[in-house]
Design a protein. Structure first.
Length: 330
């Protein structure tokens, strides 16, 4: 018998348990995903000029807000406001009995294009109770639609509306010289000398005015169409300039304002709203800081008033719409 078989067997202790490759963990309640950190607000946006804040709130253009401040109708923290005064989100702003909240926001303003027919006024109050363009616009809350310029009762074509007083001011203020293009039908024919005179300048009751561009576009019989571009928005300017030469405007239609043309598919009495990308392009063109840039107008290549366009004609020679290579609306 083998001696090794009689030897007592050694007791082997079990080794430590090995840790499994994937350990079991306790179930923990799911946590909601962390909220993204808010965007940093530039220091310049924390305080702004009072007239700019009021205009952005939709009360009116910046010029109208400056008149309110000078007229003593605006108070800040209970004291009469001063023109050029800077305010922050902590200040209490009052216009009459209305309280204005200054909010730092990156939300874009709204912009709509309206095809105005003849027979409507660009005003909310009319003692003669005529139809108003504002009756056709969509309802909005906490703001109001501001008209960028006006059109006469008997003038049709493009009207721009926005909720931003800053944008409206940039498009309308005379110092920015934003182009307005019109299709004009004249009863009669302008001579070459009269066309040159309109380009040089015509003296009116409120000062001299001139056409930046005037081009014949054909016509039938005694009615002749012309393409006209001006850089200001004085009342009835195109009509008065042609009437000063002894002729009459039988039809007037605005087909472009700056880089915004009248959409060809937009029927009379209807409106369309610009998309965010189109609004950003428009804000960038006018140099408004609401679009993320604040370059001064007129210092970037083709700034306000420098948009180039071409006009197409229909079979009868009448102008149809401008073809603007920098247009907001294709």
């Amino acid at each position: 018998m083998n001696q090794g078989d009689d030897a007592p067997k050694r007791r082997v202790r079990p080794g430590p348990r090995t840790t499994p490759a994937v350990g079991k963990t306790r179930r923990r309640p799911l946590r909601p995903p962390a909220r993204p950190a808010p965007e940093a607000v530039p220091a310049a946006a924390r305080s702004q000029k009072l007239q700019k804040v009021l205009a952005q709130s939709g009360l009116g253009s910046r010029r109208a807000m400056e008149e309110l401040i000078v007229g003593g109708k605006v108070r800040v923290n209970g004291s009469p406001a001063k023109l050029g005064q800077r305010v922050t989100t902590e200040d209490l702003i009052q216009v009459g009995r209305r309280q204005i909240k200054f909010k730092v926001t990156t939300r874009l303003p709204r912009v709509i294009l309206y095809h105005k027919p003849e027979g409507e006024i660009v005003s909310r109050d009319d003692p003669r109770s005529r139809r108003s363009v504002f009756e056709k616009l969509p309802a909005i809350r906490s703001a109001k639609w501001l008209a960028v310029g006006r059109l006469d009762f008997n003038t049709c074509g493009l009207l721009i509306f926005t909720t931003s007083g800053e944008l409206a001011n940039r498009l309308m203020h005379p110092r920015f010289e934003v182009e307005r293009e019109y299709a004009v039908r004249v009863f009669g024919r302008l001579s070459d000398e009269q066309i040159h005179q309109l380009r040089r300048g015509v003296r009116l009751s409120d000062g001299e005015a001139r056409f930046e561009l005037i081009e014949p576009q054909g016509g039938e019989r005694r009615n002749r169409w012309y393409r006209v571009v001006v850089r200001e928005g004085r009342n009835r300017l195109v009509r008065r300039m042609i009437e000063a030469l002894g002729l009459t405007v039988s039809r007037l239609m605005r087909v472009r304002f700056g880089i915004v043309p009248l959409p060809p598919a937009l029927k009379r009495g209807t409106w369309t709203e610009l998309r965010e990308s189109e609004i950003r392009k428009l804000l960038d063109w006018v140099g408004s800081d609401q679009g993320g840039r604040a370059d001064p107008p007129g210092e970037r290549g083709a700034g306000p008033g420098r948009a180039r366009s071409e006009t197409r004609q229909d079979a009868g020679g009448a102008p149809t719409r401008p073809v603007n290579r920098r247009a907001v609306v294709p």
